[in-house]
Design a protein around this ligand. Structure first.
Ligand code: COA
Length: 341
């Protein structure tokens, strides 16, 4: 067995593929469809513990998060573990136990969290209690796109860190995600910024990817949703590459199977939610070509419109997306040698 602890943004394409295959083996579509948490947006982990067996297969995974939250209104640094899974063929060999021990040691020793939190189904309480996790009987609040929500769908457990694990009280995860100095932010230092950067408070970083999907007549796809008009795309899901996220979103939002091409530009968009939380969307914009329509893959609540580029740039709700469309138009019209892709 070989254990590795890595920042999720630094996972290689092969590691992401292995993680996707592991998730599919542990959570087949019918299991995901019945999961009580399927309607919630889950924060993607900042770090992952990857467990490889002697043949080089990824057999187990634990995700780690670090958040600036609150306990009974005082600010606390809270660690978290999630996305815990072992391939069903190799359960019971100690893989998850080893990964959980490494994850909690990293949260306590490297991130110096006050305590850690996880949520799990009732039948796993005895499993986590082996590692010192305790039942939390207080209230837990989380941030969702629609606002602050009390989390009640399964059981919170807590683990001592720099302070004893709180057994009761109110934990609020609405605070900002603490990005670690080890996370690779260098690539995002010199990109255009849009929206209002938060003052003293740090923001939740949300890697996102969007597509320029063009019809033969040159018009671009934009998606009208309840909260505005956007390019097809959105936040990356656990283990996804930006290219995979773009392909998934084009299908879910527009009912289109697309071939994702080059990354054309990048920008940061700060968005403030109704609760005053700032999200730093790190957006990568991709060329994409329509392969075929698959209306059955579309999720409800989206309406695709086809607009000429200038109208699309004006209609888009995020300034970064309007900028990206204008920039893309310039690049596409530039002499060949100046093209980015
Ligand atoms: C739960 C899970 C991660 C355990 O992975 P694993 O690699 O088999 O775990 P380990 O081999 O390290 O530990 C297994 C030990 O825990 C015990 N165990 C496993 N599930 C348990 C449970 N629900 N309750 C009590 N003990 C449990 C096993 O009996 C075994 O005990 P032993 O060492 O005395 O034989 C794995 O079964 C899994 O991926 N399940 C599906 C996904 C899931 O539910 N993830 C947790 C989300 S919170």
């Amino acid at each position: 067995m070989r254990l590795e602890l890595k920042p999720v943004p630094e996972l290689s394409d092969d590691e992401r593929r292995a993680l996707k295959a592991l998730s599919a083996a542990v959570y087949p579509a019918e299991v995901t469809a019945a999961s009580p948490g399927r309607h919630l947006k889950w924060a993607p982990p900042d770090y992952g513990v990857l467990v490889w067996d002697e043949t080089g297969s990824l057999v187990s995974y634990v995700g780690l998060l670090v958040r600036a939250g609150s306990l009974d209104d005082s600010a606390v640094r809270i660690g978290g573990i999630g996305s815990v899974k072992t391939h069903p063929h190799v359960e019971g060999r100690g893989y998850a136990s080893a990964a959980i021990r490494l994850a909690t040691a990293a949260l306590n020793d490297d991130h110096r969290v006050e305590f850690s939190l996880l949520v799990c189904r009732d039948h796993l309480l005895p499993f986590y209690s082996r590692f010192g996790w305790l039942d939390f009987t207080g209230r837990l609040f989380v941030e969702q796109p629609a606002g602050r929500l009390e989390f009640t769908i399964n059981r919170p457990m807590v683990l001592a860190g720099r302070r004893p694990a709180p057994r009761d009280g109110t934990i609020d995860l609405n605070g900002a995600l603490v990005t670690s100095p080890r996370e690779s932010t260098a690539d995002w230092r010199d990109v255009p910024l849009f929206g209002t950067r938060p003052g003293g408070r740090r923001s939740i970083v949300r890697p996102s990817a969007y597509a320029f999907v063009q019809k033969g007549d040159g018009r671009l796809a934009v998606v009208r949703a309840i909260d505005g008009v956007f390019l097809p795309g959105g936040g990356l899901e656990d283990g996804e590459t930006p290219e995979e996220a773009v392909a998934r979103e084009a299908l879910e939002e527009c009912g289109l199977v697309v071939r994702v091409g080059a990354c054309v530009s990048r920008a940061v968009q700060f968005v403030t939610t109704a609760d005053g939380l700032t999200v730093e969307k790190r957006c990568a914009f991709f060329d994409a070509r329509i392969e075929r329509a698959n209306p059955g893959g579309m999720l409800p609540g989206h309406d695709t419109r086809w607009l000429h580029r200038a109208s699309a740039a004006r209609a888009l709700s995020h300034e970064s997306q309007g900028w990206a469309v204008r920039d893309w138009t310039k690049v596409r019209q530039a002499p060949r040698g100046r093209r980015l892709s």
